[in-house]
Design a protein around this ligand. Sequence first.
Ligand code: UGA
Length: 434
Amino acid sequence: MKISVVGTGYVGLVSGTCFSETGNTVTCVDIDPKKVESLKKGKLTIYEPGLEVLFERNTKAGRLNFTTSLEEGIEGAQVIFLALPTPPGEDGSADLKYILGVADDLGKILKDYAVIVDKSTVPVGTAEKVTAAIAKNAKVDFDVVSNPEFLREGVAVDDFMKPDRVVVGTQSQRAMKIMEKLYAPLVRQGNPVIFMDERSAEMTKYAANSFLAMKITFMNEIANLCERAGADVDNVRRGIGTDSRIGKRFLFPGIGYGGSCFPKDVQALGKTASEFDYDFKILKSVMKVNDKQKTKMMPQIKEYFGGDLKGKTIALWGLAFKPHTDDIREAPALYNIKSLRRAGAKVVVFDPEAMDNVKGVVGRKVKYAKSMYEALEGADALMIMTEWPAFRTPDFDKIKSSLKNNVIFDGRNLYALDEMEEKGFTYYSIGRKA
Ligand code: UGA
């Protein structure tokens, strides 16, 4: 099939590359000439494990192409994916200007029937708006389908190639058949393509992300309570996760969820609720608790150092909002850097992938170490913000000899309590005994 993907951000680039891997000819369109130039030269613009191999194979085979021209990009395409940003507007609702802008242009240039697919996370009712925007100028038949994407950064290729399910919102039989054919290679393991109406598909994406954000937040609150009640959240997590109604995944407490999706989508669903005059109380609490959770170790650090961080240097491991990505959007590390500096501390940071992105945002306000161990040299304490594999089994002797105090503030529960005690560390983690 010939398909087009408009927007080469995270979702667009992964979708385009993966669809070319399943034998389609894909043209990705982006208005950013720098991005397109780089992609044409064979250089990926995002870091995502496993993507490069597919990207190289399919660009070389001529199945994956890039252009800045929408007209050229959609030429002959049966399916046109819109994978454009939907940033939160001032009031928290998703801003549709990019999607509706492209929809407007599409109406003017469509030459044959095509299925236009909303891949971006968009509020209920967007498919209707996109349809209206295209229909204003369209001279040919078209269908607009809502097909939300559920991939996670860091494991995006796997999530895309082996989805738990594919949700397709459309009432057009013609579009349904095309979407079924396109996804057939990806759902061979028996995982379903679930067809539904457009509004339900749009709501499904927000419900999924908000539910997961709520699940994490619930565990964060249980963890906070465990600390006060003398229980260990690791035990509680195992105890409840084995109940198949609850499930083992997304129960790991920590210093809050971040990233480009959960914070934005919880907020946007809250906004949708208020537009429909519904007071969605759980969502409000999720946002409030998560905001607080991100800097929950600050009082502990301050207390450890006698209430004052002036003149102290804190080594910070992990900047990305989660491992295996260089994405720092809404990353808890950024909030902690701000709080530490406000409290008078100096901060030295290290991350395996996200250093350049942090330099762009934080600049010279922190020091950038070349390695995880260099960050520790002469620092007063270590703080861990992201569970990168390299941080899980460090050389504890090296940590001890580099740090001025044997103290670790671990926002990701990487180490066993008894091991830390045995090695002589004062160890703070989330929901377990200090
Ligand atoms: C999330 C969803 O998981 C995807 O299904 C969805 O497609 C995507 O948003 C999106 O809307 O595009 P992502 O933001 O890449 O994916 O990251 P997750 O792996 O879901 O992690 C989100 C945050 O939750 C991270 O900060 C992570 O550290 C945190 N988390 C996750 C926990 O604190 N505990 C957990 O048990 C799991």
